[in-house]
Design a protein around this ligand. Structure first.
Ligand code: SF4
Ligand code: SF4
Length: 61
């Protein structure tokens, strides 16, 4: 199965990440306003986070 990777350098890390609530399986978490992290064990590769991030930080790998 595909997994998701995040390019933290593209994330401005200055806002609450909307992807935390977009992910249907709770695989995305964020500490403060930092770049979010992906739990690859939980991720079902639905792609919602990819199309939601305005800075295109996420992609399939
Ligand atoms: S939506 Fe994208 S740019 Fe915004 S915090 Fe999440 S990963 Fe970073
Ligand atoms: S691809 Fe889907 S399941 Fe995986 S982290 Fe993104 S929103 Fe969550």
């Amino acid at each position: 199965m595909s997994t998701i990777k995040i390019d933290s350098a593209k994330c401005p890390q200055d806002h609450p990440c909307p992807l935390v609530s977009v992910c249907p399986v709770g695989a995305i978490s964020q500490n403060g306003y930092g770049a979010p992290t992906i739990d690859k064990e939980k991720c079902i590769a639905c792609g919602r986070c990819i199309i939601t991030c305005p800075y295109h930080c996420l992609s399939f790998e």
